[in-house]
Design a protein around this ligand. Sequence first.
Ligand code: C2E
Ligand code: CA
Ligand code: CA
Ligand code: CA
Length: 273
Amino acid sequence: AKAQGKNRYVVYSEEFSDQAFHSFSLEQDLRVALDERQLVLHYQPQFDLETMSLVGTEALVRWNHPTRGLLAPGHFIEMAEETQLIIPLGWQVIELVCDQMKLWEQRGITPPQVAINISPQQLLQIDFVEKLNKLVDGRGVARTSIELEITELMIMQDPDLAMMQLHRLRESGYRIALDDFGTGYSSLDRLKYLPLDRLKIDQAFTRDIGKNPKDEAVILTIIALGRSLGIEVLAEGVETESQLRFLSDHACNSVQGYLLGRPIPAEELCIGV
Ligand code: C2E
Ligand code: CA
Ligand code: CA
Ligand code: CA
């Protein structure tokens, strides 16, 4: 029993150090990646449900890792948040969006609205709004064409500061979307005080349309809530025609999902001249 216990200990400790080494090297790699500009953005189209026209895109970060290939954010965002690297990463994402918008403009294309995911840590930095305005204005990009996606997590972390930042952002001209709506626990009472342009229904609800009446009920409630508060509602993760029909039948405003378009490099987006 002793030997077995010892073996188990050895195995465990090897696994542990292996994992620690793995995440340490990924962290080092991310520092290099930020210096060497290895991050790239993919853009996922968003469509108006009434006209089915493209109304915007969401910028989603990918890491063009020199040996591991193209990494999805699931591999590194959490680590970036734990190590504070999310802040320089977040700024690079905003810079990349601005550069892309200028590129579209130079090619005679009216840039579509771009939604950017902002981590709570970055948004709660006291000088965030000032720095953002400076960057966006400096690059000659219209603030109104940028939508900032925040989550309920940010509001729960520091409700007063979050509220102040959101109001300052709204006054500065940006649009604000509440991402993953329905998965957090922020109070509905607080919602009416938030300066929001859009609610994004989490794909966890969209996925079960046609399967789970309770999820359908949640979706209908969010659509009704949006309408009564004067906030647009977008459903994420639309993968099937029947999900699309349900959302359209119930007057959801817009949709995003693999059925209509996956996140792709900007050059592959079909946007008119
Ligand atoms: P999110 O903001 O909720 O983004 C939606 C995720 O769902 C994206 O995954 C997108 O590719 C995926 N998706 C879109 N349509 C469908 C669909 O029809 N079915 C399914 N199953 N999935 C769909 P992705 O790109 O892997 O991003 C994952 C998360 O990483 C994002 O979730 C967001 O929280 C975070 N993230 C992405 N880019 C950034 C960024 O620039 N900054 C920060 N702070 N977080 C980011
Ligand atoms: Ca998002
Ligand atoms: Ca989301
Ligand atoms: Ca999410």
